[in-house]
Design a protein around this ligand. Structure first.
Ligand SMILES: [Zn+2]
Length: 305
């Protein structure tokens, strides 16, 4: 099978280690229009991103990332393409929406939106669908947009990555909404489950056959944090779910959500390799299991297996 990347279609056999939920940048387009380089210097971002990814490729054999940036928070195809070409790391780009209820998304019909997204996928070699729900209960517009994403998923057979919020336990409501619209479980990732403390809740999600994202592994000084995350992953593996866990950082090189939106001066994608993986070995996971988790699992997710 061929995977859509920002540099065109690439055979699935050519993929190695994949980080399935990262961001080169999330930014607010109106600020860029207003302040230009004062807000975001794209040349500087390109240089920093290429430097990071080259280092990741050399140090940890990183082969690909899925950039999960939604179209309304600064998805930047041109930039991603340059980053991929210059770093040699494959980038799979997403289409879809963040949870913000913007007028331009509330007022358009499902048919109109669907046609825009299908055009995007076709013209821009998009490899992943993204949708975010943050609130405890889905808003009417969340439902309107997610319905569109479900129809697009069934027409394109691209994987659907869902940002959910375990702090308000909305994962199962979102999962059920998507399953009710006959999206295959193998096409669904319930993202940000690593923010949950309750592995019973995460197991309930996994029992549907979908993937779960352990995709917010944060940069922390606290050694206990990595031990706890490794414990949670080991528990899910003991229950037989090791093929459905996706490991990633949800890191950004340009973090437009923060007040001081600066281009990171440190490598934001490395704590899984540096800190989590050694803890997984401590918990008794074999090298083969961990390596499969970081290459086969995200590839199978991309191929809807
Ligand atoms: Zn993200």
């Amino acid at each position: 099978m061929k995977i859509n990347t920002v540099c065109g279609k690439i055979d699935e056999n050519d993929f190695g280690i994949i980080l399935p939920h990262e961001h080169i940048c999330c930014y607010f387009e109106p600020y860029l229009n207003m302040a230009g380089k004062h807000y975001l210097d794209k040349e500087k971002l390109l240089k920093a991103s290429v430097g990071f990814l080259k280092e990741m490729k050399k140090k940890y054999s990183l082969d690909a990332i899925i950039d999960c940036t939604a179209t309304n928070i600064g998805r930047d195809l041109e930039l991603l393409k340059k980053v991929s070409e210059q770093s040699g790391v494959k980038i799979i780009c997403s289409t879809g929406f963040y949870f913000t209820d913007e007028p331009m998304t509330t007022r358009h019909s499902s048919e109109y939106m669907e046609s825009q997204i299908l055009y995007d996928i076709d013209q821009h070699s998009i490899g992943s669908l993204k949708f975010a729900v943050e609130a405890e209960k889905m808003t009417d517009n969340n439902k309107h947009l997610l319905e569109v994403m479900c129809q697009v998923q069934k027409k394109t057979n691209l994987p659907l990555c869902l940002h959910t919020n375990p702090e308000v336990n909305n994962c199962i409501e979102v999962l059920e909404f998507v399953l009710d619209r006959k999206v295959a479980p193998g096409a669904i990732t319930i993202g940000h489950c690593s923010d949950s403390e309750d592995m019973g809740y995460v197991s309930d999600i996994l029992s549907s056959g979908c993937y779960v994202g352990f995709d917010r592994i944060y940069r922390m000084d606290d050694a206990q944090y990595y031990k706890k995350k490794a414990d949670d992953i080991a528990e899910l593996c003991r229950k037989g779910y090791q093929k459905k866990i996706l490991l990633s950082h949800d890191a950004l090189i340009f973090h437009g959500f923060r007040d001081k939106s600066v281009i990171s001066q440190f490598c934001p994608f490395d704590v899984i390799f540096e800190r989590l993986v050694p803890e997984l070995y401590e918990k008794g996971l074999s090298k083969d299991m961990v390596s499969a988790m970081m290459s086969e699992n995200p590839l199978n997710m991309l191929c809807l297996r």
